[in-house]
Write a protein that binds this ligand. Structure first.
Ligand code: GLC
Length: 506
């Protein structure tokens, strides 16, 4: 029986306040699941300009908090609101977070260091001492480093363990050496070789999170294995190998309450696995909304994605006309690289009433697509976890995915003989492998009874957070035990570049 833990989650973003990428969904849902398990979990994130205090009923709980920053200090305020019982703190520092966009500034490194430091100082001021700090992505990766250095002998944090979650190795937060001064760590320096081999004047924040966290996690078991290899490790595979015994994959869940076809207010007709016949109204509505030929017998394929290369947009672009040749319809939703806006815009133009593209992520398009499409594409080059394939399954849109990362761990290949599986999987990142699998799905779609069974199986698969939240609790407890036993493990010299693994880097 576990006792109640005090957990502080740190993130650059969180649904419902902001949403840039998948981590926002994770930090939106995991704390709620942890709270249901009886833990005192709280979240801190920056108080961006777009997050309006009056809209979310925030209260200022600390008017003025002095936070050590660069060579002096910066004054911030802390606001608070609650989401489903979870307290969420916002670090209000207008000069840093009151800008037009949330991220994308030259001083992003400084901004997130200020945020993290303010979150720690806030805990002290509130007299709340977390057992575990769970930090997400490079934006908060400095915290495990601090807990083993600056704050190691601080009575308020000396027993606080850290868990660091990698959501994507492709984003590492690499800055000049000056960032260590900003973070108050200039005399704690050690080099982590960065992916381009530049170690003279570069600090890799993601690498520091990996080096110092008591436990490092990533968002699926397969990705946890993949990132140990150069193909996926983005230059940090040696560092990850050194910490392999502290690295774990925990699959993300989806917010099963928010993503529920039985209650979704954005769709024409609510339905569930027991009332599958009702779903047809949503397919018709999607065909109308996208200005496609309205015909229930045409297989309708959906794709909701950032329109960028890692998501496999090139595979889709190169096979687009062939897929149309199968007599299927395609609806694409998302924004991204202008190149793909153009390519998909033209492709849709060539296939009037059969293909459509909308450059948006609005729920008025995404939810009708999940509820109306027969199939859902995710041909990613790599995919740490992926959430959309799980949402698609819950709505009965059958996923067609590449065998990588979390896609392998969540989608099982359809086997018509055994009547098992929840989707279609292809291995090689190759346009014909992809096309062949789409063709197989279109073929299978003709067998109505089998297809409906496939839909029901996909819809009934449990992708809720509960099981993963329980695994995190287990990890938090191990992190605490480890933290106590190796308080002195992470001396900077442990990670000196003279270590063989690091020196061999290109
Ligand atoms: C990143 C990954 C994605 C994952 C998400 C949430 O966006 O690319 O695969 O689902 O983080 O962890």
């Amino acid at each position: 029986m576990t006792s109640s833990l005090r957990i502080l989650m740190l993130s650059a973003e969180m649904v419902p306040f902001t949403k840039i990428g998948g981590p926002a969904d994770v930090v939106g849902a995991l704390p709620k699941a942890l709270r249901r398990l009886g833990h005192d979990v709280r979240v801190a994130m920056p108080g961006y300009r777009s997050v309006r205090p009056e809209q979310f009923g925030m209260e200022t709980i600390i008017e003025s908090l002095a936070v050590p920053f660069k060579h002096g200090s910066e004054t911030v305020a802390i606001r608070e609101t609650t989401v489903a019982g979870v307290p969420v703190y916002f670090v209000d520092a207008p000069r840093h977070f009151g800008r037009e966009n949330m991220v994308g500034y030259v001083d992003d490194g400084d901004r997130f260091i200020l945020f993290c430091r303010a979150a720690l100082e806030m805990c002290r001021k509130l007299g709340w001492s977390p057992d575990v700090i769970h930090a997400h992505e490079w934006h908060t990766a400095i915290v495990p480093n601090w807990l083993h250095t600056l704050y190691r002998h601080d009575p308020h944090f000396s027993t606080t363990a850290s868990v660091f979650t990698i959501h994507n190795m492709a984003y590492q937060g690499i800055f000049g050496h000056r960032i260590l001064e900003v973070a108050g760590l200039a005399d704690q320096e050690f080099d982590i070789v960065t992916p381009d081999g530049n170690k003279d004047d570069a600090v890799d924040l993601l690498g520091r999170g990996i080096a110092y966290a008591d436990v490092v996690t990533t968002v699926s078991e397969t990705y946890a294995e993949e990132i140990l290899k150069p193909e996926f490790g983005e230059g940090l595979e040696n560092m990850l190998q050194m910490r392999e015994n502290r690295l774990e994959g925990v699959l993300n869940g989806i917010d099963a309450e928010a993503m529920n076809p039985a209650t979704d207010i954005y769709i024409t007709q609510q339905y569930d696995a027991d009332r599958l016949e009702l779903r047809a109204a949503n397919k018709r509505a999607l065909q109308e909304q996208a200005n496609l030929r309205v015909d229930p017998s045409i297989p309708l394929i959906g794709f909701v994605s950032r329109l960028i290369r890692p998501k496999g947009c090139d595979l889709l672009a190169e096979t687009f006309d062939h897929i149309m040749g199968l007599g299927a319809q395609i609806v694409i939703i998302g924004t991204g690289d202008p190149h793909y806006h153009e390519v998909f815009g033209q492709a849709a133009g060539r296939h009037e009433h059969m293909a459509a593209v909308q450059f948006t992520f609005g729920a008025d398009w995404t939810q009708p697509l999940y509820a109306g499409a027969d199939m859902y594409l995710m041909p990613s080059r790599f995919e740490p976890c992926g959430l959309n394939q799980m949402i698609a399954m819950r709505y009965g849109a059958i996923p067609i995915v590449r065998a990588t990362g979390g896609l392998i761990d969540t989608v099982a290949e359809f086997d018509p003989m055994r009547e098992t599986g929840t989707g279609f999987v292809f291995n090689e990142f190759d346009k014909w492998a992809f096309f062949g699998t789409v063709a197989r799905a279109v073929q299978a779609y003709r067998f109505r009874d089998e297809w409906h069974e496939l839909m029901r199986r996909a819809m009934r698969t449990d992708h809720s957070w509960r099981a993963s939240a329980e695994r995190y609790v287990d990890i938090y407890e191990r992190a605490l035990a480890w933290h106590i036993s190796d308080v002195d493990l992470h001396h900077p010299s442990d990670f000196d570049t003279s270590l063989p693994g690091l020196q061999e880097m290109p």
